[in-house]
Ligand binder design. Structure first.
Ligand SMILES: NC(=O)c1ccc[n+]([C@@H]2O[C@H](COP(=O)([O-])OP(=O)(O)OC[C@H]3O[C@@H](n4cnc5c(N)ncnc54)[C@H](O)[C@@H]3O)[C@@H](O)[C@H]2O)c1
Length: 378
């Protein structure tokens, strides 16, 4: 929502300015919002990620954290210590059925997303559910259709589509400067966090599948996935996923939670440029290498021969605004709730990602066999 984010000087009379210190890597920015009703948010799941939502929704103007819940009472205590003014409840139904709550945020493990989101939608709440939206395509389709019939906002926490570095990459690709996109690859490795309910594919690859679809503007037609289970039988710790997109473009994703080298990189190889995104490099998050290889058509009078052009130019790092992606995502959610708009990462986007992961899971269980991604109708 670039029309709502300003930097410092653009102060209009009827607006409220909020200055937020985000964190070390994203710095400070000015955030401006128009006059509107307060949106009361209920947050379910207060483990590692949920408290970030509590922090953000309690800092933003026009939102209030009405009630938080977790099945673990230690996490409730933790939130009470951090945010003494915030009400907590051990029973999630108190959040879902609370008349004062307008919107529910679900930051629980992936396997619980579907029942919680369904109940929240049924109870008339707008919903922001963490990634992956659900862990099977049929449940995802049901949530999308419920949100539509109940006229509720359904948004999925695909945070990277709000990351200014990824948005910058998309702008470069859309400008055509990178030339023809040949392929993409990403690496998302670290030691932990090891999930109990899903494998590394469902935990980590939703980010990459979502990013690739956003950058290419299309979903893959088919996938192949290979992986291995080192820590627990039946739950892959490392996965290599290949995605086949229309017009011969391919993507490759490497995810692992048993690799001590923390990497968060996405690279696009175009005919004229290589563009890299490194989320762990706050100074040069995006780098553009004006280097590439392309075929310039057949040479005159030399039928059958191609003219190969190797470009070897500058390397530079464009400016990327220091905006915390989760903050940008939450404010987009609030805008969508206030204005009854469809989010950038709506249920449909979340469902497309789930359909790709579903196909990848089938491929994993068939030793990397190519599996078609079903086309979804909405
Ligand atoms: N978008 C991102 O960048 C990002 C980053 C981290 C995590 N996540 C997602 O956020 C979700 C939570 O991840 P996490 O790392 O905080 O996990 P976590 O295990 O640290 O926390 C989950 C919390 O949910 C609670 N919980 C479990 N089942 C519940 C239920 N039915 N009702 C209420 N509470 C319940 C647990 O007690 C725990 O406190 C996952 O879906 C994860 O993929 C997204």
């Amino acid at each position: 929502m670039p029309n709502r984010v300003f930097f410092g000087y653009n102060i209009a009379k009827d607006f409220v300015i909020e200055i937020i210190r985000i964190d070390q890597s994203y710095g400070t920015y000015f955030f401006m919002k128009g006059n509107r009703d307060i949106i009361n948010v209920g947050i379910i799941g207060l483990g590692y990620w949920g408290p970030h939502y509590v922090r953000i929704f309690s800092q933003m103007h026009h939102t209030r954290v009405e009630l938080c819940s977790d099945i673990n009472t230690e996490r409730l205590e933790h939130i009470k210590n951090l945010f003494p003014g915030i009400q907590v409840a051990a029973n999630v139904n108190e959040v879902i059925n609370c008349d004062a709550v307008d919107a529910v945020v679900i930051a629980t493990p992936a396997t619980s997303h579907y029942p919680l989101a369904r109940e929240a939608l049924e109870s008339g709440k707008d919903v922001l559910v963490e990634k992956p939206m659900v862990i099977d395509t049929a449940s995802g389709a049901e949530l999308v259709s419920m949100a539509k019939s109940h006229k509720r906002v359904l948004m999925v926490g695909h945070t990277f589509l709000f990351n200014p570095g990824i948005i910058r990459m998309k702008e470069v690709l859309d400008s055509g400067e990178a030339g023809e996109i040949y392929y993409l690859h990403s690496t998302r490795t670290n030691l932990g966090r090891i999930r109990e309910d899903v494998n590394a594919l469902w935990d980590l690859a939703p980010h990459d599948v979502s990013i690739f679809s956003y950058l290419l503007g299309t979903m893959p037609e088919a996938v192949c996935a290979n992986g291995a289970c080192f820590l627990k039988e039946g739950r892959e710790d490392v996965v290599f996923l290949t995605l086949y997109y229309p017009h011969g473009k391919i993507g490759n994703v490497h995810v692992s939670w048993i690799d001590s080298n923390k990497v968060r990189k996405v690279v696009v190889i175009g005919s004229r440029q290589r563009i890299s995104f490194d989320d762990l490099d706050p100074l040069e998050r995006v780098k553009i290498f004006e280097k590439g290889a392309e075929i310039k058509g057949r040479s005159e009078g030399d039928f059958g021969k191609f003219q190969l052009l190797l470009r070897d130019g500058d390397i530079y790092s464009p400016k990327v605004e220091p905006i915390e992606p989760l903050m940008a995502m939450c404010s987009h959610f609030v805008d969508c709730v206030s204005e009854r708009n469809n989010p950038k990462t709506d249920g449909k986007h979340g469902l497309e990602v789930v359909a790709v992961l579903d196909a990848a899971q089938k491929s994993l269980s068939q030793n990397g066999k190519r599996v078609e991604v079903p086309s979804l109708s909405f």
